[in-house]
Structures are given as structure tokens and as C-alpha cells.
Design a protein. Structure first.
Length: 159
């Protein structure tokens, strides 16, 4: 079994942080999308109210109370739209911050993962070199043994 990567615990922590940041980013993205949909709904409602006001003004007699009520409705819708726009802008900015944090977390985890892979490759290479060295030493010993045997056989024949 190869030796344990010394930054394994840190790599696990980084991956855990990455998952937490991914969840936070997705939650921020959902909130931003909901705020955008609310903003679009208010825009459509405001546009519908404008169209109704145009039709109302082209009517026969203008009722001051009805006109005031329409103006109040329009003012309220504009305020709601402005608040929804502010909320959307804040949430969109928060989403981008969460995206940047997630990207940074991914980079950190990738750096450690690459370090782990390089360390494992280096250890494997060292093990292969060690094994090759042992094989070379055995082959050298075998060759020396064979030469000694051959020289001893030659000496015996010479006698």
C-alpha cells in the first residue's frame, strides 16, 4: 500500500468547503432568480396598469376619485418595482460573490488534487526505480557468480 498523502485531510476539508460553497451559490442563485421573477411580474403588472389608465382616460367622464385611486395604485406599483429592483440587484451581486468563492474553492481543491496525483506518480516512479535497481543488482550478482563458476571450471580443467 502506498504511503498516505500528507495533505489528505486538507484535501477532504477543501472538498467539503467546495460542496458547502456550491450549496451556498445554488441557494443564492435561486433567491436571485425568484427576485428576478418577482421583478418581471411587477413590470408586467405595471404595464397592464398603464394600458388600463390609457383606456380609462379616453373614457367619457373622468371621476376624480377613480383617477386618484389609479394614481395611488401606480405609485404603489412603482415603489414595489423599485424595491424589487433593489432586492434583485443585491441578490445578483451576492450570487456573483458566491460564484467567485466557489471558483476559488474549486481552484484550491484542484491544486491539492494535482499535488496528490504528482506525489503518487513520483512515489510510483521511485518504487519502480527501486525494483529495477534490485533486479539489476540480482543480475549483476548472477553474472559474477557465473563468471566465478566459469573460472573455477577452467582452473579444474587446467589441472
Amino acid at each position: 500500500m502506498p504511503p498516505k498523502f500528507r495533505f489528505d485531510a486538507l484535501l477532504k476539508i477543501r472538498k467539503s468547503e467546495q460542496n458547502a460553497k456550491k450549496d451556498a451559490f445554488l441557494a443564492a442563485q435561486r433567491r436571485s432568480q425568484e427576485a428576478f421573477e418577482t421583478l418581471e411580474t411587477l413590470e408586467r403588472t405595471l404595464e397592464a396598469e398603464r394600458n388600463e389608465s390609457r383606456a380609462f382616460r379616453t373614457g367619457a367622464a373622468l371621476d376624480p376619485n377613480a383617477l386618484r385611486a389609479r394614481q395611488e395604485t401606480r405609485r404603489r406599483l412603482l415603489e414595489e418595482r423599485n424595491e424589487a429592483q433593489k432586492l434583485y440587484d443585491i441578490l445578483a451581486e451576492e450570487t456573483e460573490i458566491k460564484r467567485a468563492e466557489l471558483n476559488e474553492s474549486i481552484k484550491e481543491a484542484k491544486i491539492l488534487q494535482k499535488l496528490k496525483e504528482k506525489t503518487e506518480a513520483r512515489l510510483l516512479e521511485e518504487e519502480q526505480k527501486r525494483a529495477q535497481k534490485e533486479l539489476d543488482e540480482q543480475a549483476t550478482r548472477q553474472k559474477i557468480y557465473e563468471r566465478r563458476q566459469h573460472s573455477q571450471d577452467g582452473e579444474e580443467e587446467a589441472r
